[in-house]
Unconditional design. Structure first.
Length: 111
């Protein structure tokens, strides 16, 4: 999905503005460039983002570039996805790998 504008990148500086202050629920994928499981999951996250456009904000955050937020949410394993709604963490899922798992996680936590 080249040039995918449905997924935005955040860091410690703009996390609050883009995620916690979002007027729609946000799902944040925490990853690192060196992580093979993260690379495998990237196209799944991008694909699902297209199906939820306008309903859920899809966000990616590199843990190596965002140590403050990573520590604040106690992220020790990547990839991890965290759903936020109304400025609060709703739930997290460690190492989702399939489209089905990600969609089920979204459905269970947003409905």
């Amino acid at each position: 999905m080249e040039g995918n504008v449905m997924v935005i990148s955040v860091n410690d500086d703009n996390f609050k503005e883009e995620v916690l202050n979002s007027n729609i629920p946000a799902i944040v994928k925490l990853y690192a460039d060196w992580c093979p499981y993260c690379r495998k999951f990237a196209p799944v996250f991008d694909k699902v983002s297209a199906e939820y456009e306008g309903k859920v904000k899809f966000v990616v955050m590199d843990v190596d570039l965002s140590p403050k937020t990573t520590k604040e949410y106690n992220v020790n394993t990547i990839p991890t996805v965290i759903i936020f709604k109304d400025g609060e963490k709703v739930n997290e899922y460690i190492n989702p790998q399939t489209e089905e798992v990600l969609k089920n996680f979204l459905h269970e936590n947003l409905n």
